[in-house]
Design a protein. Structure first.
Length: 567
């Protein structure tokens, strides 16, 4: 894929790979993998890893696996598996015949664990989870050995075999590596390698009563698959000594190198699956694919494009330093992409009726309009114009400020693709509310007529009152009011920073009639209002629902800059 992160310079990971290839390491092969745990939906933080692993494999004529590290069936679900595969494909990547699971290697992993026991490098422990935590020590104090650390090899092998056979209850035993309970790195203080879980696995059913821990399964799976460069985020940097210990102490067919990079954090978002799940469970959002969610499914449903997300990741770059990137940078990538591909149309969200006193009753004319100002291939549409139209209510003011260049009593504006109009009267109800505006239009100001070039300061959008269609429009905005809601805010949770205006539903918007026949998933720019997508889930034939993807301009720029400056 020529336009992804893989073509931006030679970051430190690519420099490592270039040096490895030059030295003949791995015989010049480059094999990577994207290894999600199927315990939730992918989010924006995962996209960097997807683009990096698949992009590097493509750039260096290598291979990339999609591997599900499915070692904890308590939290895993086939729905998550399906959603992850759909997301990776949507982003534009293909694993071809390289779809694997940690579960594919359960027998190999078991054999590796047995080998560690036979070599005196692993033992079966009877301590409870709470006791293991207590024995582990702290960052400033060493841990202490388990009383079961010196069980004989024979006893350990017997217990481990019986653990597999399902003889014991959950939590009765764990298999631990025998490393160093005084190690400065807590991950080396006899970490667990296997635990008992009597629960069906989505791949293996009830064939197993024990499951490997993530670090053990992940390392061995990398080695078995021939992974050359195991790319992961900085949170796994402290796990690298354990990764290397496992490789050092097992006779595996390949030795991958773990390399860490900074994860992709975006302002006004969170990337914790646990916190995202809590928002769903609390009813704050409708689900994993809610268009406000920073999940790939949510961004897809909202209307972000794969190209825009890949461009954002490419621009962010690959570094070793944690960073919080402006949401505005992502939104600008969306705008830039949609500006090229989205046809234009007109919609009125808060309609105010305008009546043309000099237009004949019952007559309708069709006015031509370009579907895209810079792309003639998108063609021309016809917009119905008659005696009555709708304009945005805030495009008219009775007593406007000095630089108000829209419609006012006695003032003129141009209707987009149509005529110059002049307000001659305002009709109100008894409460003083404006019901409609009476105007005249200048027939000579139509394109191709003598007055077409006459200039006025304002141009507004509109739709026909008779021919336009009523639709629902959902105005999505940023989910949080704080740039870094995921930080430690004493006594508060991310729910305390939810933006009350993250979703506003307009149920009586009016749109051009041609939009009703468009397919769900179609993008369109509502002129002067923003980019929108016909919702793929709630739209019905003849009843489209429009999601605002992004506004035309970044209204949060100053707020975001100020908040990020304080972090």
């Amino acid at each position: 894929m020529t336009d992804t992160i893989d073509n931006i310079g030679k970051d430190f990971i690519r420099q490592i790979i270039i040096a490895d290839n030059a030295s003949g390491k791995h015989d010049g092969n480059v094999v990577t993998r994207f290894p999600p745990e199927p315990n939730g939906y992918l989010h924006i933080g995962h996209v960097m890893s997807i683009c990096l692993n698949f992009g590097i494999a493509e750039e260096f004529n290598g291979r990339c696996y999609l591997r599900f590290d499915d070692t904890n069936p308590v939290k895993e679900d086939q729905d998550f598996v399906d959603s992850i595969m759909a997301d990776v494909h949507w982003l534009g990547f293909d694993w071809e015949d390289r779809l694997t699971h940690a579960a594919d290697y359960f027998e190999d992993l078991y054999s590796c664990a047995v080998k560690l026991i036979e070599d005196g490098k692993a033992y079966v422990d009877s301590l409870s989870a709470g006791q293991i935590r207590e024995y582990r020590g702290t960052l400033t104090e060493p841990g202490k050995d388990s009383p079961h650390r010196d069980r004989s090899v024979e006893e350990n092998l017997d217990l481990f075999r019986r653990m597999r056979a399902g003889e014991f209850d959950d939590g009765a035993y764990v298999l631990r590596a025998r490393i160093d309970m005084a190690a400065p790195n807590m991950n080396l203080r006899d970490p667990a390698l296997y635990r008992i879980r009597k629960i069906n696995h989505q791949q293996t059913g009830n064939a197993w009563s024990i499951y490997p821990m993530y670090d053990f399964a992940h390392t061995v799976s990398d080695a078995l698959e021939g992974i050359t460069h195991s790319l992961c985020t900085l949170e796994f940097e402290d796990h690298r000594p354990l990764y290397e210990w496992i490789l050092d102490n097992l006779d595996l067919p390949n030795r991958p190198r773990q390399i860490e990079f900074s994860r992709l954090n975006v302002a006004y978002g969170i990337t914790s699956k646990r916190k995202l799940a809590a928002l769903i469970e609390g009813g704050f959002v409708s689900g994993w694919d809610d268009p406000r969610m920073p999940t790939v499914a949510g961004m897809r449903r909202r209307g972000y494009t794969p190209q825009s997300i890949r461009n954002f990741v490419r621009n962010a770059g690959v570094t070793k330093k944690d960073k919080l990137i402006e949401m505005g940078a992502l939104e600008n990538c969306v705008r830039e992409d949609l500006n090229q591909i989205a046809p234009r149309a007109m919609a009125v969200l808060n309609p105010l009726k305008v009546v043309f006193l000099n237009h004949p009753q019952g007559e309708m004319e069709m006015l031509p309009a370009m579907n895209h100002p810079n792309n003639p291939e998108l063609g021309v549409r016809e917009i119905p114009f008659g005696r009555e139209i709708f304009i945005e209510r805030d495009d008219f003011m009775e007593d406007p400020p000095r630089k108000f260049f829209r419609l006012r009593p006695g003032g003129e504006v141009r209707l987009r693709y149509a005529y110059i109009i002049k307000c001659v009267d305002v009709i109100k109800n008894d409460a003083g509310e404006i019901l409609e505006v009476h105007c005249t239009y200048d027939p000579d100001t139509k394109s191709g007529r003598p007055g077409a070039d006459r200039k006025v300061k304002g141009t507004i959008h509109w739709v026909s009152a008779d021919e336009s269609v009523t639709v629902e429009v959902r105005l999505f905005d940023r989910m949080f009011t704080l740039a870094n809601p995921d930080a430690n805010h004493e006594g508060k949770t991310v729910a305390d920073f939810l933006n009350p205006d993250s979703l506003n539903v307009v149920s009586e918007a009016r749109v051009e009639p041609a939009l009703v026949g468009m397919e769900p998933g179609t993008h369109v720019q509502f002129e002067r209002l923003g980019y929108f997508l016909i919702d793929t889930k709630d739209s019905q034939p003849g009843q489209p629902v429009f999601n605002r993807v992004v506004t035309l301009r970044d209204s949060w720029a100053k707020i975001e800059k100020a908040q990020l400056a304080e972090i």
